[in-house]
Design a protein around this ligand. Structure first.
Ligand SMILES: C[S@@+](CC[C@H](N)C(=O)[O-])C[C@H]1O[C@@H](n2cnc3c(N)ncnc32)[C@H](O)[C@@H]1O
Ligand SMILES: Nc1nc2[nH]cc(C(=O)O)c2c(=O)[nH]1
Ligand code: SF4
Ligand SMILES: [Mg+2]
Length: 209
């Protein structure tokens, strides 16, 4: 088993409840809801993606076996083992994440977080599961640490998710052509619906990856 990795880097988690935490980011290549090619965006199941997850040509990208991947994560974190956190993302990480990978990251001292679209069940050992539903898809992973809904999305009623087993419910403004209007809509939604919390993409504000 080997892993197709778009990029790996050390940064701060920019989104969600863990925003501000130092973290190794592991971005897997490929997604099940979009090819990643601009010519396919309009007809994809997920049309607003802000991420290049195609290929293995990013920083520290490539094809890794299990041991090499964990070793790279440890090296990126650096010598001080306190608070080791890895965020697996993509693309869709659950196309590639295995129980063995989660176990090996734990053995190396990492708390393991994941960002997923929820259409594939999450590997059971992951410590912090973030699910971000996409309109028109069937979300099968209905439990975790945080549900982070990008907003606005037509055809989605956020209140449907409130019965699902998440500890936190977040609304994240959609980035893109109409970001100011979308930010206002997200803010309005949170103000009018107690129990939701705003997630802003802080990494974009401060200019880090
Ligand atoms: C690039 S995705 C990768 C993980 C997984 N495929 C998913 O969709 O959750 C990481 C996070 O960015 C969010 N995201 C993607 N495009 C966005 C955009 N244009 N504005 C705000 N958030 C976005 C996703 O909803 C998800 O929470
Ligand atoms: N800093 C930073 N935080 C993030 N949180 C989720 C991200 C993602 O693309 O999954 C992301 C990202 O790309 N960068
Ligand atoms: S599911 Fe995630 S990675 Fe895939 S296209 Fe949508 S936002 Fe991007
Ligand atoms: Mg991102």
């Amino acid at each position: 088993m080997s892993f197709a990795v778009k990029e790996m880097f050390l940064t701060l988690q920019g989104e969600g409840i863990n925003a501000g935490r130092r973290a190794v980011f592991l971005r897997f290549a490929g997604c099940n809801l979009w090819s990643g090619r601009e010519e396919d965006r309009a007809t994809a199941q997920c049309t607003f993606c802000d991420t290049d997850f195609v290929g293995m040509d990013g920083e520290e990208g490539g094809r890794y076996d299990l041991d090499a991947l964990v070793a790279k994560a440890v090296a990126l974190w650096g010598d001080d083992p306190r608070g080791r956190l890895i965020v697996m993302t993509g693309g869709e990480p659950m196309l590639q994440v295995t129980d063995d990978l989660v176990d090996a990251l734990h053995a190396a001292g990492f708390e393991v977080a994941m960002e997923s679209n929820g259409t594939i069940p999450a590997a059971p050992g992951i410590d912090w599961v973030t699910i971000s539903p996409k309109a028109g898809t069937e979300v099968v992973q209905r439990s975790g640490a945080e549900l982070k809904l990008v907003w606005p999305q037509s055809g989605v009623d956020p209140e449907v998710f409130r019965d699902w087993a998440f500890d936190h419910f977040l609304i994240q403004p959609m980035d893109g052509a109409h970001r100011e209007a979308w930010r206002a809509e997200a803010l309005r939604y949170v103000m009018e619906h107690p129990g939701w919390r705003l997630s802003v993409q802080t990494h974009k504000m401060i200019g880090i990856p």
